[in-house]
Ligand binder design. Structure first.
Ligand code: ZN
Length: 180
């Protein structure tokens, strides 16, 4: 397995709609395994492939608590097929929006269909943190980051902060002595 680099806002790839996976083969399993390692290392409880620059509909999740046995979920082509009217508000964070947390209201329960690591069709009935995490990650596959659920004012403030940081990074990395 290999650890991958996680991209952060305002990287335009985070706005891409990821492509469905045609076959769950060794190439896909390798990406999923690398994603899981990257997610555990970050550490995070969920990761979508686009966050490591791969525009395919792949997600890894593990919402087990510290001290509990690991419970990784591999989701290929996940789809939310039902959501409850009842909602839940969680303070969400995202590996692509480092160190920023904000409250997001989402359906409290959801049903998600997907293929697993062996290409077998599965359905998950989720509530609580898992329901939130599934919706957050599937949003990524559709080019949506959790700050897109915030008010415009709040979102613009976050994007501005990260755009400034990105500029500073580009300047410090991109500077070269003039040759002419
Ligand atoms: Zn995220």
């Amino acid at each position: 397995m290999a650890k991958l680099d996680i991209i952060t806002i305002p990287d335009p790839r985070l706005k891409l709609v990821s492509e469905p996976v045609a076959h769950v083969d060794d190439r896909i399993r390798k990406i999923l395994d690398d994603m899981l390692e990257t997610m555990y290392d970050a550490p995070g409880i969920g990761l979508a492939a686009i966050q490591v620059g791969v525009a395919e509909r792949l997600v890894t999740i593990d919402v087990s608590r510290e001290g509990e046995p690991k419970a990784p979920l591999f989701l290929v082509n996940p789809e939310v097929v039902w959501t409850s009217e009842e909602t839940n508000t969680y303070e969400e964070g995202c590996l692509s929006v480092p160190e920023h947390y904000d409250e997001v209201e989402r359906p409290a329960r959801c049903r998600v269909t997907h293929l697993d690591r062996d290409g077998v069709e599965r359905t998950i009935e989720a509530e609580g943190l898992l329901a939130t995490c599934l919706q957050h990650e599937i949003d990524h596959l559709n080019g949506v980051v959790f700050i897109d659920h915030l008010s415009r004012l709040k979102r613009e403030r976050v994007v501005k902060k990260f755009s400034k940081l990105a500029k500073v990074r580009v300047r410090s990395v991109g500077w070269r002595p003039s040759m002419g």
